[in-house]
Ligand binder design. Structure first.
Ligand code: ADP
Ligand code: MG
Length: 363
């Protein structure tokens, strides 16, 4: 009675497979941007300038003044698993870079029109190359695909145009360019707080006034004041934990450090702002977030939330670097113990502060 007919299984075309896989890694303009900002920082840049058109869908351009890319490396730059950051399997446990292993630029080249202008100190001029589906493609119609010499400063400019032009499902999932732009600003803001010595600029193409701009050689509290405002900055407490070792597995102890800036009980936001960096990567840890919420539940009225910036350095061998690249969530060994020690430290700092306040009132 069923009209259902069994259809033959067919192999998808390789370019389609690559496009689908790339769309799983690059979800939206802000996820491409995060990868590119991390590349700039890995390249030792002190200035990162982002230009955006249409929430990053029309144009996402990131200019840095880092080490540049050697001309000889340009042909394989956008191939999958090509990287200067990892050379053997044993490196995997040492690198603090995680998430992507030579996959970001490759993925981007499958779902956009990607161009690169780059110059190392050694090169006499800059080189421009364009990519499509992982390989070089002519910079302009009619030219060969090889990189072309051009004018440019030391450093790298990555230009992404027409993101998701060939993946309509992705494109329709990110319709609002103003929402995408605010996600982009959020990524830039958080990296700017964590990297206060680096100058960040983010603006819309054609606009004279940037939406984010930070100075060179600043420091975390100053960056928080600039980007999150005086109301947050004036209530900040600071706590560092250094050279901690976890008590478990005595044979192979895990060493870690943490630095946090967090608001006291005077600051009461509607929504928690939580910036978490583990080994300098912006990540999420719902367990850690819940634990910190628990700490503040004891001191803030119901419905009020804190601002917390937390930078955690954990021996890379204890961080699960090999998680699927789309997961921003990170796991590490001795997670529970490390979370407890951080929460205890923050709690006692908050308690000490409220004590001294009471004392002040009494005198
Ligand atoms: P990964 O960062 O995991 O190595 P990517 O695809 O993000 O993979 O980048 C591939 C390689 O391209 C990097 O290893 C690096 O050598 C080079 N690269 C990318 N962006 C930059 C940049 N802004 N400055 C210098 N080199 C870069
Ligand atoms: Mg990268």
């Amino acid at each position: 009675k069923s009209e259902f007919e069994t259809l033959p299984i067919r192999r998808l075309h390789e370019s389609l497979i690559n496009r689908i896989a790339a769309g799983e890694i690059i979800h939206r303009p802000a996820s491409a941007l995060k990868e590119l900002v991390e590349n700039c920082l890995d390249a030792g840049s002190t200035s990162i300038k982002v230009t955006v058109k249409d929430g990053g869908l029309k144009l996402l351009q990131i200019q840095d003044n880092g080490c540049g890319i050697r001309k000889a490396d340009l042909p394989i730059l956008a191939e999958r698993f090509t990287t200067s950051k990892l050379s053997s399997f044993s490196d995997l446990s040492r690198i603090s870079t995680y998430g992507f292993r030579g996959e970001a630029l490759a993925s981007i080249s499958h779902v956009s029109r990607l161009s690169v202008i780059t110059k190392t100190k050694r090169e006499a001029c800059a080189w421009k190359a364009s990519y499509s589906d992982g390989t070089l493609t002519p910079v302009k119609p009619g030219l060969t695909a090889d990189p072309k010499p051009c004018a440019g400063n030391d450093g790298t400019t990555i230009i992404i145009e027409d993101l998701f032009y060939n993946t309509p499902t992705r494109l329709s999932a990110v319709r609002s360019s103003s929402e995408e732009y605010s996600r982009i600003l959020d990524v830039i803001t958080k990296y700017a707080i964590h990297n206060p010595r680096v100058s960040f600029v983010c603006k819309k193409a054609g606009s004279a006034s940037p939406d984010v701009t930070t100075p060179l050689n600043s420091e975390v509290p100053q960056a928080i004041r600039l980007l999150y405002g005086h109301a947050v900055a004036k209530e900040l407490l600071h706590k560092t934990l250094e050279n901690e070792t976890s008590r478990h597995n005595k044979d192979d102890p895990v060493t870690w450090s943490a630095e946090s800036f967090f608001t006291n009980a005077n600051y009461q936001a509607k929504k928690m702002v939580f910036l978490l960096f583990i080994n300098h990567r912006l990540v999420e840890s719902p367990r850690l977030k819940r634990a910190l919420e628990g700490v503040y539940n004891g001191i803030l009225p119901k419905g009020a939330s804190p601002f917390i910036y937390l930078s955690l350095d954990i021996d890379p061998k204890a961080v699960d670097v090999n998680v699927h690249p789309t997961k921003r969530e990170v796991h590490f060994l001795n997670e529970e113990e490390i979370i407890t020690r951080i929460c205890d430290a923050i709690q006692s700092e908050l308690a000490a502060q409220s004590h001294s306040r009471t004392f002040e009132y009494q005198t």
